[in-house]
Structures are given as structure tokens and as C-alpha cells.
Write a protein that binds this ligand. Structure first.
Ligand code: 13P
Length: 249
């Protein structure tokens, strides 16, 4: 019922030259994918990515967006700027933004609203740190982050939003949450969405990805879990062959 969605998060990787090489390798490898395929690239690669992915099944996303329409925000990028380029998705609230750049639940919410207002589809990231996990606070953290991100977001927007559950301790570490753990926490997020909206909305319309060292080897097991609707892939999205294996799980 919920169509799986696999997205690459390139983070701060790939020049335009590298983007051209990677996307041209990727296009034929993922053309028959059964899931939605997205690549989220640095701002400087977006125009190239959008141009190359025209007429293919690959959608393009950015890695952040500012909450203001325009103005004195040196170094930031607005939703209008992304829309004009033909960008469709945008990652919001990635743990690296929360950890290194002061992102909070309130700024995540503001960015989500700005993105939706311009027709961009947010991929909203939530997830606990190792410290929070060890303190038994995983559910508390993802509930707080989910409630914060969705404050005053209309039910009608649920089809345009993806949630990514990314335990911070599993990102770039080679450590994956066990499929059962990932499934359990995603269930907590889905239950939160059921409370915020309605059980049927959460069941039918809210797609929740897992992210954190997802790769060709573990994708099958993770995607077999009933609550996991896709993946947000970092390291393994930087190689066409690896990413295509995840997409074609
Ligand atoms: P890795 O797949 O490199 O662990 O990164 C996950 C991630 O942060 C995707 O947003």
C-alpha cells in the first residue's frame, strides 16, 4: 500500500564532474526499480542532477532549505530557489544539521512549512544519539522530534512528506540497527503520527524510511520489516553499483 522510497543523501560529496559520472552510471542501473528513487545532492550539483534525471525515474532532492522566503540570510537557500531548479524533495533536520549546525525541532518545523508552502516534499529526519539510546530514551526522543516537526502541519500534506528514522549512532559507523529495533522504533513514530493525525492516515499515507549504514548486504532484511518503507542512504549512495543494489533490493 505504501510505495517504498529509497533516497541517497550525498552529504558534502561530489563535484559537478563527479555528479555527471555517478548519475550517468546510475540511470541504467535503476531504471526498472519498483520503488521511488531519489538522490539528494549538494546545492552546487542540483542543476546538473535535475537536467540529467529528466525523463528518468530518478527524482532529485536538496539537503536543506531555509524557512524564510528570502532576505538577509547569508549562505542559505530558499524554497523558491530549489523549485525553480526543478528540485522535488528536500531533506530536513538531518542529525548532522542538528549536531553541527544548531538545528532544533522548531527550526525543523519552520523549514518543513516553508518547503511545503512551495510544493517541495520534505524528508524529515529523526533519531536518537547513542547516549540517548543507552539512557533508554529512544522513544521519548523520536516522539518529541516527530511532534515538533509536524506542529501545525495539515493532514492533507501527509502524502507529500517522508520521515526518515536515523539512529545517530548507526550513521557512517557501519553499525546498523537490527531490523527488529529499527522496525520497533519506526512503529513508535507511526503510532505518534496516528495520534497526531489518524490511525488510517499513519497506516496508509505516512512513509517512514530507515537510515544508518544501510547497504546492499542488509537492505533485504530491513526492507522485509512491515514498518520500514524505504531507506535514506549515505555512504552506499556514492557508488552507482552499491546504490542500485539497494534500490533493486
Ligand atoms: P550512512 O548510510 O553513511 O550511514 O548515512 C546515513 C545517513 O545519514 C543518510 O542520511
Amino acid at each position: 500500500m505504501r510505495k517504498p522510497i529509497i533516497a541517497g543523501n550525498w552529504k558534502m560529496n561530489n563535484t559537478i564532474a563527479a555528479t555527471k559520472a555517478l548519475i550517468s552510471d546510475l540511470i541504467p542501473l535503476v531504471k526498472d526499480a519498483a520503488c521511488d528513487v531519489v538522490i539528494c545532492t549538494p546545492y552546487t550539483d542540483l542543476a546538473t542532477a535535475v537536467e540529467m534525471c529528466k525523463g528518468t525515474n530518478i527524482k532529485v532532492g536538496a539537503e536543506n532549505v531555509h524557512w524564510a522566503e528570502k532576505g538577509a540570510f547569508t549562505g542559505e537557500i530558499s524554497a523558491d530557489m530549489l523549485v525553480e531548479l526543478g528540485v522535488e524533495y528536500v531533506i530536513i533536520g538531518h542529525s548532522e544539521r542538528r549536531q553541527y549546525f544548531g538545528e532544533t525541532d522548531a527550526t525543523v518545523n519552520a523549514r518543513v512549512k516553508a518547503a511545503l508552502a512551495k510544493g517541495l516534499k520534505p524528508i524529515i529526519c529523526v533519531g536518537e544519539t547513542l547516549e540517548e539510546r543507552e539512557a533508554g530514551k529512544t522513544a521519548e526522543v523520536v516522539i518529541r522530534q516527530t511532534e515538533g516537526a509536524f506542529k501545525d502541519i495539515d493532514k492533507a500534506e501527509l502524502d507529500n512528506i517522508v520521515i526518515a528514522y536515523e539512529p545517530v549512532w548507526a550513521i557512517g559507523t557501519g553499525k546498523t540497527a537490527t531490523a527488529d529495533d529499527a522496525n520497533d522504533t519506526i512503529k513508535v513514530i507511526r503510532d505518534t503520527m496516528a495520534k497526531l493525525y489518524c490511525p488510517k492516515c499513519a497506516e496508509d499515507r505516512v512513509r517512514i524510511q530507515y537510515g544508518g549504514s544501510m547497504n546492499p548486504k542488509n537492505v533485504k532484511e530491513l526492507m522485509a520489516m512491515p514498518e520500514i518503507d524505504g531507506g535514506l542512504i549515505g555512504g552506499a549512495s556514492l557508488k552507482a553499483e552499491d546504490f542500485s543494489k539497494v534500490v533493486n533490493y
